[in-house]
Design a protein around this ligand. Structure first.
Ligand code: SDX
Length: 428
């Protein structure tokens, strides 16, 4: 029982609401009994002041620009860990031993192939289908093929479904790219790392051997780490809400992919690079900053701003550093990187952005690296979905294994017509 309480006075009545404390971060006022005690709902469109659940996975301090996965800072994980190790950490709560990591990586590698009939799904799409449309369709279709891992009440089936989703996302995403460019699909090569396998399935061709570039592999693996999980963001909340009805895990992740596609969310990485290409050269930046500030102009700086971070997104810091490392190592450059750096510099010194606490987020620099590696912008959000699958799956497992879990069913403030009688057509 909470030893702290908040007192609410409403309609000449006072009620005590328990205050719950986490391990770190804001306390919460438990309003689960509010409607029963007052007959009133709370009202929080966009959930700006609402904690939807209890979780032990990821902690964000938006004011300080802190991001922890099971307590480990994202900067340390990006520097020292691997995507497979971070995936194990998110799923199991602790960093693995070498044996545990080897066993986990081996298990994942044994689920990388897709059922052969799923290949025909791709042929049903137009060649110019957006990869996210393909991801939504193919991931949702997995529930038609893997019936032996859709019983969410069985922890073993939940584990197999989780491993299948993490393992098959690179194959599905690589095939979406291959289909778009009209090249043959490559089967997974389990002698490669998780990320190396993805790069080969994407950029390799049957006609010649493909050498995984270790610099690109490390950068890609780090990008996956940066996108792995992020508290109760829109797509994770979608997965949780879908899962709360008892829907199978493949359907829940397909719902998360659909939500992530939006330009206000995961679609921002594609929109940010398209914006940088539209701006082009640094001399055009002031015009676009003025547009972003103009309330009558729908234009926004894509890759800027965040619901939670009112400081620099720590993932953007690592992303910018990775751009420099990749460019230096590959001896490449991109004038848009200079444009992005100058755009950041001008925006962060502009009163509008300072007052509204708008900083670059994870999507601002990611497109520059992904483009340098060879991905078309249409693949950027599919890569985000690939990496975020482990976060969605870990959040889904955390929810489903909570014995107190109930279906999510928000209420509303109704402002429509009150009851009235039907008017026959002849009398209207
Ligand atoms: C991701 O939630 C997560 O954790 C998401 C994510 C994850 O890992 O899952 O971090 C990934 O989605 C990152 C965000 C990617 N989206 C973009 O980069 C799109 C551009 N950014 C915005 O659309 C916006 O900043 C949001 C959607 C990210 C956040 O929106 P909020 O919290 O609802 O804030 P808001 O829209 O109410 O903006 C507050 C003010 C507004 O001005 P006023 O109405 O108060 O005058 O800031 C302005 C906005 O107009 N503003 C911007 C802006 N973002 C906000 N003005 C110009 N350019 C921007 N980018």
């Amino acid at each position: 029982m909470a030893d702290k309480a908040a007192t609410l006075t409403y309609d000449n009545k006072s009620i005590e609401l328990p205050v719950l404390e986490g391990s770190v971060g804001p306390e919460v006022i438990d309003i689960r009994k509010l409607y029963g005690q007052t007959g009133a709902f709370t009202y929080d469109p966009g959930y700006k002041s609402t904690a939807s659940c209890e979780s032990a996975l990821t902690y964000i301090d938006g004011d300080e620009g802190v991001l922890l996965h099971r307590g480990y800072p994202i900067g340390q994980l990006a520097e020292h860990s691997s995507f497979m190790e971070v995936s194990y950490l998110l799923l199991n709560g602790e960093l693995p031993s070498k044996q545990e990591l080897d066993d986990f990586s081996y298990t994942i590698s044994r689920h990388t192939m897709l059922h052969e009939q799923l290949m025909t799904f791709y042929r049903g799409f137009r060649r110019d289908a957006h990869p996210m449309a393909i991801m939504c369709g193919v991931v949702g279709a997995l529930s038609a093929f893997y019936h032996d891992s859709t019983d969410i009440s069985d922890p073993e089936q939940r584990k197999i479904a989780s491993h299948r989703l993490i393992a098959k996302m690179p194959t599905i995403a690589a095939m979406a790219y291959k289909y778009a460019v009209g090249q043959p699909f490559l089967y997974p090569d389990n002698s490669l790392s998780y990320t190396g396998n993805f790069l080969r399935m994407t950029f390799g061709v049957p006609a010649e051997p493909y050498e995984v570039n270790p610099v690109v592999e490390k950068a890609m693996d780090r990008i996956f780490i940066l996108h792995a999980d992020h508290e109760q963001n829109a797509s994770t909340s979608t997965v949780r809400l879908a899962g709360s009805s008892g829907a199978n895990p493949f359907a829940c992740i397909a719902a998360g992919i659909a939500c992530l596609w939006g330009p206000a969310h995961g679609g921002a990485n594609e929109a940010a690079l398209n914006m940088l290409r539209e701006i082009g050269t640094p001399d055009r930046i002031p015009h676009y900053i003025e547009r972003a500030k103009d309330k009558n102009d729908p234009f926004r700086l894509m890759g800027f701003g965040h619901r939670v971070y009112k400081n620099y997104d720590p993932r953007a810091t690592v992303m910018q550093k990775t751009v420099r490392e990749v460019f230096e190592s590959l001896k490449v450059t991109d004038p848009l990187f200079e444009t992005a750096l100058q755009l950041e510099e001008l925006a962060l010194n502009d009163p509008y952005f300072i007052e509204k606490k708008l900083f670059p987020n994870v999507d601002f620099y990611s497109g520059i690296i992904l483009s340098a590696i060879g991905f078309p912008t249409t693949m950027f959000t599919a890569l985000f979905a690939l990496a975020r699958t482990v976060g969605w799956v870990a959040q889904w497992n955390e929810m489903i294994s909570d014995p107190g879990q109930v279906i999510g069913r928000p209420r509303q403030l109704y402002t429509g017509p009150t009851e009235r009688d039907y008017v026959p057509l002849g009398q209207r």
